[in-house]
Design a protein around this ligand. Structure first.
Ligand SMILES: *[C@@H]1O[C@H](CO)[C@@H](O)[C@H](O)[C@H]1NC(C)=O
Ligand SMILES: *[C@@H]1O[C@H](CO)[C@@H](O)[C@H](O)[C@H]1NC(C)=O
Ligand SMILES: *[C@@H]1O[C@H](CO)[C@@H](O)[C@H](O)[C@H]1NC(C)=O
Ligand SMILES: *[C@@H]1O[C@H](CO)[C@@H](O)[C@H](O)[C@H]1NC(C)=O
Ligand SMILES: *[C@@H]1O[C@H](CO)[C@@H](O)[C@H](O)[C@H]1NC(C)=O
Ligand SMILES: *[C@@H]1O[C@H](CO)[C@@H](O)[C@H](O)[C@H]1NC(C)=O
Ligand SMILES: *[C@@H]1O[C@H](CO)[C@@H](O)[C@H](O)[C@H]1NC(C)=O
Ligand SMILES: *[C@@H]1O[C@H](CO)[C@@H](O)[C@H](O)[C@H]1NC(C)=O
Length: 388
């Protein structure tokens, strides 16, 4: 009996050891060449395929050096944890040969880790402002990824958005930097849709578009210790133009800095007809530093960037329970707090405590606040005076 127990215990131990075994899959062993020119997607895919089959911790290692990589899809499900360890530099193609819009895609994976201190170079300056027959590339797309981490990775000059998530659950991003020029087109830092339980912490983003874009169906998102600038700030939306749009809720933005951005804390919805009402609710902003920002606090339910919106009707997005606490700093615009809410679905339960905003253009410029169709309560320090 005791012997049988021992054998069973031993077998369990062996199974455990196999499950937890770490194995390295170096892309160089699969024929990758770090000359900055050769397309390495074949070698990377072979390495991925083996790593994904490993029933333990598989480390897909990309050593130092510059690797050119064509469009690629790393697909799961995988057997164990997959660690994509980028130590080197990956370079995007400047002639997207396809109609796909994403350079590096991760899909259908549970327990993925990206780390290694490496860099993803989208080569944006070679494509921006040129006639490109095919889509400009999003650097990294995550689709249907669960329980995963991305940390110690840098992104530079993506042709389009840098990081895009769709249908992801429980993902954490820490120690990431994203850099692109202030005037680069559509270079969002991180954007997400239909994703739940995402954490973004200790991230530095300076680009030509949104720092973080929170799109349809995002829930339980925490953003903390994030620095944004230049760019367009942290945006909920735009939302409310497509009949497929669904609710956004439970968004926490804490201890963040906006420096030289056009917007800070923005919610934007289209003044467009929808077949149903979409809700944006439970949004918490706390301990926010504003430096030289045009529109630090902004709810715009008449969002229409190109000014040719057909069918302009009051927005069918219902915004409620939005809370601003300890927001301070300098503005380069004239309106500090702008609440332009929907006539048919006025903003409900918008509250503010300790908001202190002054002009960065000197004491002659006085800031004002603007309110329409907004209900709520503001208390504590309010500079300029609240209009809610
Ligand atoms: C991710 O989680 C969702 C919801 O729990 C589940 O339906 C899906 O199969 C998971 N995906 C993977 C790749 O594990
Ligand atoms: C989120 O993912 C991490 C990493 O896999 C895991 O340790 C943690 O338990 C997950 N949390 C939830 C709520 O599933
Ligand atoms: C979202 O948060 C709510 C309330 O805290 C919790 O009940 C729910 O499980 C969370 N969902 C995810 C996917 O993290
Ligand atoms: C707030 O963010 C800054 C910059 O990211 C960081 O240095 C500081 O430790 C954070 N404070 C707290 C209380 O987390
Ligand atoms: C609205 O349109 C979408 C997409 O066509 C559809 O999936 C949804 O069921 C519609 N909702 C209602 C309430 O009609
Ligand atoms: C804000 O940005 C300006 C211009 O890039 C820079 O000189 C300054 O140091 C930044 N301030 C902070 C607090 O990061
Ligand atoms: C306002 O929002 C807060 C936080 O979400 C919530 O606790 C409170 O019940 C809301 N009040 C109303 C009147 O909806
Ligand atoms: C604004 O006024 C305050 C107090 O009157 C003064 O201390 C400060 O230097 C002035 N700032 C500018 C930029 O003029």
């Amino acid at each position: 009996m005791a012997m049988r127990m021992l054998v069973i215990l031993l077998l369990v131990c062996i199974a455990e050891a196999q499950l937890h075994g770490i194995k390295n899959f170096n892309v160089n062993d699969y024929g990758a060449i770090a000359d900055g020119n050769t397309d390495n997607s074949g070698a990377f895919l072979k390495a991925w395929s083996d790593a994904c089959k490993w029933n333990g911790k598989a480390i897909l290692e990309i050593p130092r050096g510059t690797y050119m990589l064509n469009l690629i899809v790393f697909s799961g499900p995988c057997k164990g944890w997959t660690i994509f360890q980028l130590q080197g530099v990956l370079k995007a193609p400047i002639n997207n040969p396809s109609s796909e819009n994403t350079w590096i895609n991760f899909r259908y994976i549970n327990n993925l880790i990206l780390n290694g201190g490496g860099l993803l170079d989208g080569q944006g300056p070679s494509v921006w402002g040129h006639k490109n027959p095919h889509p400009l590339l999003i650097t990294m797309g995550f689709g249907f990824i669960n329980n995963s981490y991305v940390h110690r990775i840098s992104y530079i000059n993506s042709q389009n958005a840098h990081i895009s998530m769709l249908e992801c659950r429980n993902m954490t991003f820490t120690d990431i930097t994203v850099t692109a020029p202030k005037d680069s087109p559509n270079t969002d830092g991180i954007k997400m849709a239909k994703s739940e339980g995402i954490n973004i912490n200790n991230v530095h983003i300076g680009t030509g578009d949104d720092c973080i874009a929170i799109l349809s169906g995002t829930k339980n998102l925490t953003i903390s210790n994030v620095y944004c600038g230049p760019g367009h700030g942290i945006s909920v939306g735009s939302i409310g133009k497509n009949d497929e749009d669904v609710d956004v809720q439970n968004i926490f933005v804490k201890n963040c800095t906006f420096n030289g951005t056009s917007d800070g804390l923005r919610i934007k919805t289209w003044a467009s007809p929808l077949n149903h009402t979409v809700k944006v609710s439970n949004i918490f902003y706390e301990d926010i530093t504003i430096i030289d920002v045009d529109h630090p606090i902004n709810i715009d339910q008449e969002y229409c960037p190109s000014r040719n919106c057909d069918n302009k009707v009051p927005s069918n997005v219902q915004i409620s329970n939005v809370h601003y606490k300890n927001i301070q700093g300098s503005c380069k615009g004239e309106v500090a707090v702008n609440f332009k809410c929907s006539e048919s679905n006025p903003c409900q339960n918008i509250t503010g405590v300790n908001i202190n905003l002054w002009s960065s253009l000197g004491n002659k410029t006085t800031l004002t606040n603007y309110c329409s169709h907004v209900k709520g309560a503001f208390y504590g320090k309010q500079v300029p005076p609240s209009c809610v």
